[in-house]
Design a protein around this ligand. Structure first.
Ligand SMILES: [Zn+2]
Length: 199
């Protein structure tokens, strides 16, 4: 009996040891970054930086079944109509994401793919750090690298800024996140929402 109890205690304490070890390896959240936007909090896994975003809880309008803030949906529809007039189809494949949605995309897929947090952070944002949580962001048409070779991407490169959209993660971005030609954030035609994003 005593041996059983001792074994149990050893097992439990080893399990505790493992958890404590993982915590040591978790990157710490820095309270402030060093840019001019002091409100920008971020987390880093290795070289990959993601900024903190609150989870939006206001009204959503839906396009292609994906939720967006009403002003963003309106701007997207205006842009999509202009593209359509030139034979280009733009559709929304991802808009607003709750923290729960992001938990699946970062943590569940990371484990399914056998990736480290650092590897996953290159292509996906940890929970609480996705621009999609703001409902001001659209993924357009196809979230694969091949999107860069489409007419739709070329059209967006030349026209999206007229409708208030900009690429969040261009090549060589300062966050060291993979180039995402499909991921556009709404900063407003006059940049009036630019300060909603970091950096
Ligand atoms: Zn995206």
């Amino acid at each position: 009996m005593n041996i059983l109890i001792v074994t149990f205690v050893v097992l439990v304490s080893c399990f505790g040891c493992t958890l404590a070890g993982e915590k040591v390896n978790t990157p710490k959240i820095n309270p402030l970054n060093t840019t001019t936007k002091t409100k920008c909090k971020y987390i880093e896994y290795g070289q990959h930086r993601h900024y903190k975003y609150e989870q939006y809880s206001g009204a959503l309008d839906y396009i292609d079944g994906k939720g967006l803030r009403p002003e963003v949906a309106k701007a997207f529809l205006e842009m999509a109509e202009a593209a359509s007039n030139q034979g280009i189809t733009l559709s929304v494949v991802s808009g607003y994401r709750s923290y729960n949605d992001q938990e699946y995309l970062f943590e569940d897929l990371r484990m399914a793919k056998g990736q480290t947090k650092e590897e996953r952070a290159y292509v996906s944002a940890p929970v609480g750090y996705s621009e999609h949580s703001t409902a001001r962001v659209v993924d357009i048409n196809d979230v694969e690298d091949r999107f860069v070779d489409t007419e739709a991407y070329r059209w967006l490169q030349n026209n999206a800024n007229k409708y208030g959209f900009e690429l969040s993660f261009p090549k060589g971005n300062s966050q060291n996140i993979s180039f995402e030609p499909w991921h556009w954030r709404y900063v407003g035609k006059d940049g009036e929402f630019k300060d909603q994003f970091c950096p």
